[in-house]
Design a protein around this ligand. Structure first.
Ligand code: FE2
Length: 349
């Protein structure tokens, strides 16, 4: 009996180890790269996002979201779940690659991405380690697999920088939206009072992107919640020094039309923070295929919460000068909605 157990353990760990052979090399000659920008239609800009998606479960959202004609869709992590049988890091990257391939061949998703630009970032499960960070031994390979899934060009800086963070510019002033996707995994230290979550290069990049921006709306996407303070899920409050650094940066640069979007929790929330008299909203959307009940909030409760499958949507109405953060159910109905004036989005309520 003991021999059988040893053989099973041997087969499992060998399988995990040889999985690394499926990864791709990223050491290539780098041609000139132009950051992605694209034009948007007329008076309304619409951006959707979602997270927490089991490739083997029914995925009802794709036709519903496509019917609303978004300008872009953002994956905010847990695109697939390659978790190993035992807790710990995913060593079998073939499984991660396989699940990404499965997701891409699902007819409704394939039809969606044929019509709508799809961008995104990983969270912990699709990164390869539940609540994992900078110590994941296959983080480079995992990043390349994410970028393959997103059809990122081989010459993109995301392929060689320390993390998959990225910025996108939609439209042109005075109707311009800047999307900033943060990588909360690649450089994330273990949680603690002084732990860093972004890494110095990413901090510098974020500062530059905000300081040089010409956009009227700024959407910051973080796989884990920035405004939450509870301990039932991972969030930025577990990295207080990093959170303070981010708030100080936002306060100093005061980007126009700032909204935060995130995922991870397996339920939806609308959160609000008054930062030195400035008003910041965060909409958390999770998940696309599975959800949990909302918890009892021991610390700061959200403005609203929703238990059920959901996707997020930001609609900017340029003509009427306001934007709406909405949480959509599987029928495309808004179950949570918050309007924010465009003219003074960061002024106190
Ligand atoms: Fe998840």
């Amino acid at each position: 009996m003991r021999k059988v157990v040893w053989w099973i353990a041997f087969a499992y760990f060998t399988g995990q180890l040889i999985g690394i052979s499926g990864c791709v090399s990223y050491f290539r000659k780098i041609p000139h790269y132009t950051p992605p920008t694209w034009q948007v239609r007329g008076d309304v800009t619409r951006i959707q996002w979602g997270s927490c998606n089991e490739s083997s479960d029914p995925q009802p959202f794709w036709p519903v979201l496509a019917d609303r004609n978004p300008d872009a869709f953002i994956w905010l992590g847990d695109i697939v779940y390659p978790d190993p049988l035992l807790p710990g890091p995913v060593m079998n990257l073939n499984r991660l690659e396989h699940l990404y391939a499965v997701q891409k061949t699902l007819p409704d998703y394939a039809a969606f991405r044929a019509k709508i630009p799809v961008i995104g970032i990983y969270d912990d499960h699709d990164y390869g380690w539940d609540n994992g960070g900078k110590y994941y031994p296959y983080k480079e390979q995992s990043k390349q697999l994410l970028l393959d899934f997103l059809d990122e060009p081989q010459h993109s800086p995301r392929r060689r920088q320390a993390g998959a963070y990225a910025s996108y510019t939609l439209g042109s002033p005075p109707h311009q939206v800047k999307i900033l996707l943060l990588d909360t995994r690649f450089n994330r230290e273990d949680p603690g009072p002084t732990a860093d979550i972004l890494g110095e290069h990413q901090w510098q990049w974020l500062q530059r992107e905000l300081a040089q921006s010409t956009a009227q709306v700024h959407l910051i996407g973080s796989s884990i919640s920035i405004l939450s303070e509870d301990h039932h899920t991972e969030n930025w409050s577990h990295f207080p020094q990093s959170r303070k650094r981010l708030f100080t940066m936002l306060q100093a640069l005061s980007p126009e039309g700032l909204v935060i979007v995130s995922g991870d929790k397996h339920f939806g929330e609308l959160r609000h923070l008054s930062l030195a008299g400035q008003s910041i909203y965060e909409m958390i959307s999770s998940g696309l295929t599975h959800y949990n009940d909302t918890p009892r909030y021991k610390k700061k409760a959200p403005l609203q919460a929703y238990s059920g499958l959901n996707a997020g949507e930001l609609t900017v109405n340029w003509k009427e000068q306001y934007m709406t953060l909405a949480l959509l159910n599987g029928k495309g109905q808004a179950v949570i909605s918050q309007s924010i004036p465009l003219t003074a989005p960061l002024v106190a309520e």
